[in-house]
Design a protein around this ligand. Structure first.
Ligand SMILES: Nc1ncnc2c1ncn2[C@@H]1O[C@H](COP(=O)(O)OP(=O)(O)OP(=O)(O)O)[C@@H](O)[C@H]1O
Length: 868
């Protein structure tokens, strides 16, 4: 399209547009013109389609107009977000000098490039989740990840060590935890596993040219984040490289002030429970397996925080369960104190529900996109801090009182905003109406002068009305023409000579006079001055608030912590959770444990609780048998979830619970195909099991659900047995193994640490009743056919299946019919059915039947014959 327009013939502005676009070819360029961001040429066509906006044209020096599409500047963030959601990068080219002072074309430059990871618009982002931009650096020496949520300022760095063969997998686990919206990766990375992962998952990727100059990279980090921050990572060479790419990308594309990004958190991944990506998915911690949303996940149970900051922290807790006993107990102590003091907990809840998203508000102030309403939100959020401090100080718990001691004092910020900003300011920041009276004397005198001029105007209007004797004489204001005297055509003969005509309208004429000009100049000039001064004062207040960034961020962090732990207390109360005790002998004992999500979907008392006792020498590996649908998977998942809940510092759904801290939880559940990755269901299953066997330790907890079912029964059973033997003899890791291979239960007698468990059912009048109770012992069979019957499979299939099963159990089907096709076996079965009908018919005693009974019997027989 652009090639149809010769560059030399373009107007200067469009030449500049094309020049800028050449530097940002991969982005949609939106170019500030007056109150609009405009796109031209091909970008205009894309923008108009993507945003359903009208495509117009602009004179461009050619006969034909250049395609043009515009977006009002005040809604640019939401439109840019829509484009980014559709996979585009958006470059904003702003006016970087005051148009009034510009000589020739107003100077413009790219101020922001918006991508999924750099969105900062509060309205567009999900406020209960972080929005991370992640940078991954990989070379022959290892791998590091740095990630940042620009909208809150959170910045984290980590290095992944270990065997090079396992690095990529560990990186993927971290990526899945962090759940970034965009990834930066050095363009010369060579890991095939990562390459495949990026290909298979729709990730917004940016390849970053690998800069060779290491020292330069390090000093760039120092420049942006300071010496103290740099010291935290000075001996982490790989982390420096991923962080440098991240910082470079952020600052290159965000010309704003980013003073809210001021702290590097160095994360040691081994300080947290290891939870692999597939385990997180299987346990449905953040997303469900059904439609990948938050619905029916553990997070949905926990995410009841009063503030969005609390929500994000709960998310983070769930991403990284703790393994440090003291840290876990510290969280649990606070939860317990809140739970014991209901008045305190309710008061905290009430206060916090009036707190806005301080983290994102501070960020917004830092990149200068906050308005006066945001200041009021900050003021209202901190208005209740003295009350919060007071109630925390009054607590009986020393830990809670310590929280009060550590709450930063932000009363000066409250006072500043309260003194300076009106309670209900406008959205805009350049049209005045923001600053309170008595805050600034210069502003006050300007306001008085402007008010006086307004009175002069009214006075002048009244005097002139009287003098001219024009009844409907009036002075009007209009944005383009300023103040004018409006006189209807019928009164034109009464217009004084000193009036100068300004404009002719259909029924009236507009005039001005020397005196009116004088007054108007004071009003309008005063208004401009007023607005300018208000803006200056507003900017000054913004700087003062910014100077308190660290204090406000510390407050936000503490409020998030109080909120998260108070939420745990509220959930514990509502759902009858109890405090888990921590022990260190590898044993886990749970009395009446429940699955928090499934229980939540059932009516009260419908969920059947079950006990757990695992980890002792004779009770390390548990083989669970029981019918389909009995509740085996639920039971195993509930154990893992209770462990995770305990280690994030939450109370747990049980009547009593003692946990030995687990370093890792592994799950091998379900048979999700992975054909696109070149792996069959069985291959995937074996890969996962082999990973568990390699990486689990005696402190881990392992769930294996029906391992071995992906191949023939003989192969599957043999593999399952060998796995249990290996776990029992070599790994000695707490394992629960649910299976339909009942032969596995013989291992209880052969291996000292294996125990059998079963889930009981009742068979009543040919129907199954699920009791959902776990007991010691083994189940005799799987009742698959009975469960299939419950699913509504046609009776014919169910009956046939029963007959086939009888034959299978005696091996008849193979022995009698070795030479026959399966279809003739089925024919055999039909013959048996005919025999059954014959038997039924011959059992009828005609003499004892009433006519009605005879008809019914005949009906039954005909029905059975019809089923043949
Ligand atoms: N303890 C329980 N109390 C009440 N309902 C339960 C309980 N456990 C399981 N259920 C219900 O039974 C359903 C089936 O449970 P689950 O998937 O755990 O069975 P399963 O034994 O693993 O079956 P399969 O062998 O077919 O995989 C669950 O979705 C849940 O609705």
């Amino acid at each position: 399209m652009k090639s149809n327009f010769k560059y030399d013939k373009l107007t200067p502005m469009l030449k500049h547009y094309v020049d800028v676009k050449n530097d940002f070819r991969d982005s949609i360029l939106l170019y500030r013109v007056g109150d609009f961001y405009e796109s031209f040429f091909d970008d205009a066509i894309i923008t108009s389609k993507a945003l359903s906006l009208t495509l117009t044209g602009k004179d461009c020096g050619h006969e034909k107009k250049a395609p043009m599409c515009g977006v009002p500047h005040h809604v640019i963030d939401s439109y840019a977000f829509k484009l980014v959601k559709q996979g585009y990068k958006v470059a904003l080219c702003d006016q970087v000098e005051d148009p009034k002072e510009a000589k020739g074309l107003v100077k413009r430059a790219i101020t922001r490039v918006i991508t999924p990871g750099t969105i900062t618009d509060m309205e567009s982002l999900d406020n209960r989740e972080n929005n991370y931009l992640l940078s991954l650096f990989q070379n022959d020496y290892g791998l590091s990840i740095s990630y940042c949520d620009i909208s809150t300022g959170k910045l984290v760095c980590l290095e992944i060590k270990g065997l090079s063969s396992s690095l990529a997998k560990k990186a993927i686990d971290q990526i899945e935890r962090i759940n970034p919206s965009e990834i930066l990766i050095n363009s010369d990375f060579s890991d095939n596993v990562l390459k495949r992962y990026f290909n298979d998952n729709e990730i917004f990727l940016n390849y970053i040219e690998n800069p060779k100059d290491y020292l330069n990279r390090a000093s760039m980090i120092k420049n942006h984040l300071g010496e103290t921050n740099f010291k935290k990572i000075s001996n982490m060479r790989l982390a420096i490289l991923s962080l440098a790419n991240l910082i470079d990308y952020i600052y290159k594309y965000h010309k704003d002030n980013l003073s809210h990004i001021n702290n590097i958190e160095v994360l040691e991944i081994n300080d947290y429970m290891q939870l692999e990506a597939n385990t997180r998915r299987n346990l449905e911690l953040h997303r469900n397996l059904n439609n990948n949303t938050k619905e029916n996940t553990l997070l949905s149970i926990l995410d009841k925080a009063d503030t969005v900051m609390g929500s994000r922290l709960i998310n983070e807790y769930l991403e990284r369960p703790l393994i440090d006993r003291d840290k876990i107990n510290r969280r649990l102590d606070i939860v317990e104190s809140f739970l014991e003091d209901r008045i305190l907990s309710n008061n905290i809840s009430n206060i916090l529900s009036d707190v806005y998203d301080l983290e994102r508000l501070i960020a917004k102030i830092s990149y200068k996109r906050a308005n006066a309403r945001d200041f009021i939100s900050i003021k209202n959020s901190i208005a209740n801090m003295p009350k919060l401090r007071e109630i925390l100080e009054a607590s009986e718990s020393e830990q809670i009182r310590n929280i009060a001691l550590n709450l930063p004092d932000v009363s000066d910020i409250y006072e500043l905003i309260d003194k300076a900003i009106v309670d209900d300011p406008p959205l805009g920041i350049s049209e005045g109406g923001i600053i309170k009276d008595k805050y600034n004397t210069e502003l006050d005198s300007l306001k008085i002068a402007s008010k006086n001029a307004q009175s002069d105007l009214i006075l002048y209007e009244n005097e002139e009305k009287e003098k001219t004797a024009i009844k409907n004489y009036k002075i009007v204001f209009n944005k383009n023409n300023g103040y004018s005297i409006e006189i209807t055509k019928a009164n034109l003969d009464k217009v004084p000579k000193n009036y100068v005509r300004k404009q002719t309208l259909k029924n009236q004429e507009r005039y001005t006079s020397e005196r009116l000009e004088e007054i108007a100049n004071i009003i309008l000039g005063g208004k401009d001055k007023l607005n300018e001064l208000e803006y200056k004062i507003f900017s000054n207040i913004r700087e003062k608030i910014l100077a308190n960034t660290i204090k406000l961020q510390a407050l936000a962090k503490m409020l998030a912590m109080i909120d998260a732990l108070n939420t745990f207390a509220k959930i514990a109360l509502e759902n009858s959770y109890i405090r888990p005790k921590l022990r260190d002998d590898n044993i886990i004992k749970i009395k009446d444990g429940r699955h928090p999500v499934i229980e939540n979907n059932l009516k009260e008392n419908e969920f059947i609780p079950n006990d757990t006792d695992i980890g002792s020498r004779e009770n390390l590996i548990q083989i669970i048998t029981g019918p389909n649908m009995a509740g085996k998977s639920t039971y195993m998942r509930q154990m893992a979830i209770i462990i995770i809940l305990a280690q994030i510092g939450s109370f747990v759904p049980a009547r009593a619970c003692e946990i030995s801290i687990c370093d890792q939880v592994f799950t091998r559940i379900g048979a999700s195909d992975n054909i696109s990755k070149g792996e069959s269901t069985f291959m995937l299953e074996m890969n996962e099991v082999s990973n568990i066997l390699k990486n689990s330790t005696k402190d881990s907890f392992v769930i294996l659900d029906e391992v071995g079912r992906g191949t023939s029964s003989d192969d599957g059973l043999s593999i399952a047995m060998a796995i249990v033997e290996y776990l029992s003899k070599h790994k000695k890791v707490k394992t629960v193994f649910a299976t339909h291979f009942h032969e596995l239960t013989i291992l209880e007698d052969e291996l000292e640490n294996v125990t059998n468990l079963k889930i009981e059912i009742l068979e009543e009048n040919n129907n199954l009743v699920f009791l959902r109770k776990i007991k010691k012992g083994k189940s005799d069979r799987s009742y698959g056919i009975e469960v299939a019957k419950l699913s509504g499979l046609p009776n014919e299939i169910i009956d046939n299946a029963k007959i086939i099963m009888d034959k299978l159990s005696t091996n008849e089907i193979f022995e009698i019919n070795k030479s026959k096709e399966l279809s003739s076996s089925i024919a055999d079965i039909s013959n048996q059915k005919i025999l059954a009908i014959k038997n039924l018919a011959s059992a009828v005693d005609i003499n004892s039947l009433t006519p009605i009974e005879a008809i019914n019997k005949l009906n039954d027989l005909l029905k059975k014959i019809g089923e043949l």
